[in-house]
Design a binder for this molecule. Sequence first.
Ligand SMILES: Cc1ncc(COP(=O)(O)O)c(C=O)c1O
Length: 447
Amino acid sequence: MTAPAVRHIRLVTEIPGPRSRALLARRDAAVVAGLGRATPIAIASGQGALVTDVDGNTLIDFVSGIGTLAVGHCPPEVVQAIQAQAEQLIHLSALVGTYEPYVALCERLNALAPISEPCKTLLSNSGAEGVENAIKFARAATGRPAIIVFDGAYHGRTLLTLSLTSRTYFKKKFGPFAPEIYRAPFPYAYRMGMSEAEAVEQCWAAFERMQIAGVDPETVAAVLIEPVQGEGGFIPVPVEFMRRLREFCTRNGSLLIVDEVQSGFGRTGTLFAIEQFGVEPDIIVAAKSIAAGMPLAATIGRARIMDCAHYGGVGGTYGGNPLACVAALATIDLIERERLLERAKVIGQQIRARFEPLLTDDSLDPLVGDVRGLGAMIGIELVKDRRKRTPAAAEEVLAILGRALERGVLAMRAGLYVNCIRLLVPLVITDDQLDEGLEVLIGAMRH
Ligand SMILES: Cc1ncc(COP(=O)(O)O)c(C=O)c1O
């Protein structure tokens, strides 16, 4: 392993430093305890793939605002677009009147959506809101109530999306949850201890049984799925499974909604991950990297479906705010100009090249059990035992991430068992920065 030419990490205090600790104490006193935080540091600024904390330490960011910053921190084109728009019109509300950036963004998204018929779009503020809107459109268009979701799915934390989300930890005392949600097994081949083809057959058999024993297919408005499960552990849906879901929906008059909040906007090497599955969805939900960190989500779908919601039935005060819209338009320009889709594929290969050799490295504790993902959306699953695939303890994984942070790399966990490391590096990261960050992260796995 050759050392990277330039060192980008610059540590001038321990991590967290005194100013981070002071701000953290203020946060603990002023902000609710239920708001999780993956790290104990406070960030003052960011540029590209680097962040600088309030103590003056510069770190490499492998989290990207939980997959929000495909174009990196503060890209000048996006900053300028926001500044120029702020001088013209910060807010109007699309419920009040019309402004060009909202319309221009919807036109652009309709043209980019991998759906071969005219599309229409609704903008909102967060991934969860985008998913809620998708459910409303699906119910309005089909006149049916039921939604099928999957084990391990994450769709947000509002009450409807929390109902759609799988992991019980997030749900604890927040019920009762929304009705008419049916959960099917997800073909998570690694944890099922079988080949992908076997996992597909097993889960498909359960899906078919569910139509007899769980939910009448004639009441199913939509099947909602993440093409690559994010929070659930960075697990791509097997192509054959997605194809069968599409077939089920077409045959049954249900809609296929893909939640691309985390997998969309270039992360997987195509603008939408679903482009790599050879099937067309009916509705796509995009958010996160769509607007370089500005709060924005888009629910994009076939016009004949999207126009079924009654006049005044959707929208909100802020959804598609002018600043967020111009940020998204500049972000799309940047993804195209900098060829970030190609770059995502290369980054994914580079990450795999570093982690795959660890699949046979017995000196690590915990061990690397699986390296998987799509494009630059790569997860590493850690286990105690390779044969039994026993998940590594969450504390061990968090300890690795803690060591990486102390050495200057921000990375985050994922997975139902909190035993995966998810890599969501900004796609503008340089090769040197990526090398340096990976070296630190792998070093942290070696203690
Ligand atoms: C697949 C997916 N859907 C929905 C959401 C919710 O998005 P938000 O946190 O913006 O509400 C997330 C957030 O991580 C996500 O990964």
